[in-house]
Design a protein around this ligand. Sequence first.
Ligand code: NAD
Ligand code: TYD
Length: 350
Amino acid sequence: MTILITGGAGFIGSHVVRLFVNKYKNYKICNLDLLTYAGNLENLKDIENEPNYHFIKGDINDSDFINNLFKTYQFDAVIHLAAESHVDRSIEDPLSFVKTNVFGTVNLLNAAKKIWKEDFERKLFYHISTDEVYGTLGETGLFTETTSYDPNSPYSASKASSDHFVRAYGETYGMPYIISNCSNNYGQNQFPEKLIPLFINNIINNKPLPVYGDGNYTRDWLYVIDHAIAIELIFCSGKTGETYNIGGFNEWKNIDLVKLLCEQMDSKLNRSIGTSKKLITYVKDRPGHDLRYAIDASKIKNELGWEPSVTFEEGLKKTIDWYLNNEDWLSNVTTGTYQAYYEKQYNNSK
Ligand code: NAD
Ligand code: TYD
């Protein structure tokens, strides 16, 4: 089998690539990534010389390039993770999200359709999506696979749109597809613009921890390696034409999570307990901020036997240890354009 994984140099993609390269020695695993600010080949240093691993630098928005790539490699399956992934950036620049997340996905679907059209047998387009497509929950309830789409941010609207296109290609052209919608991931190699790695980095550097609004927003957190395991399981055993929700059974209010992170960081850094908490700064809220996400992951649990393997305490400890032991990685990604983004994003604090 030759498998195309898009966005494999990013946070989740790099864990998926590693899992497939190490587990499927007889498959050719091709990682296509544009290496935007979020893509980093350092994430894959340990497997870059494996004979079944191929890296291709390229843009999913470039139709000619994508069509040629499919012609050359004759992929049997696609696991599509490449995307613009940060909500705050989508508020600043929605069109770049439309371009990559919608147009780029349709480009890949077209290329797959062209190559596979004679025979969809044993082919699969697996699209990796987010729980944010469902919009927001109130204080109670859970997102199931049949919850209506109701996206609120340009990011989630672009992901919802890409999900619809994937499903439409299934209905219209018979494209064999699967979609999974996952909750917030955390773990090693996450770019420090998302809540947990941003706050770890700021605590290390004694910088303010910018909590949006009152901090009473809830997310369901999943350790990234458990997401990669779920993706592999769905890829191998999921039913085509189905959607699977993936979640951590692990809801946290932002402010409670941040306080826990502060305590764990204090003890790792040998600072007296309470030191990092003093860095918490309430800042202007994110526009259209979704109050609560929470996943009902019973379908993947009951049908495929998947459950998170790591508790939140363990996962957070591993994550903190990784960032503390990989300061070079952190400083390499926090220099340059990221600094400019950071200044722009947070200089309007309340
Ligand atoms: P990320 O931002 O860390 O990585 C995205 C990767 O895509 C980067 O390597 C980037 O270089 C690449 N990329 C961007 N534009 C590209 C283009 N035009 N052509 C080729 N490559 C391009 O994102 P992530 O957090 O790893 O998320 C991966 C996928 O999982 C996304 O589709 C995201 O919507 C989805 N998802 C993320 C989360 C989460 O909590 N991070 C949760 C659920 C679903
Ligand atoms: P984030 O990691 O951006 O993921 P998402 O928006 O996709 O859920 O944010 C997680 C939560 O943390 C979300 O409610 C927004 C909040 N947040 C802050 O309070 N401050 C910050 O600086 C960031 C980046 C996020």
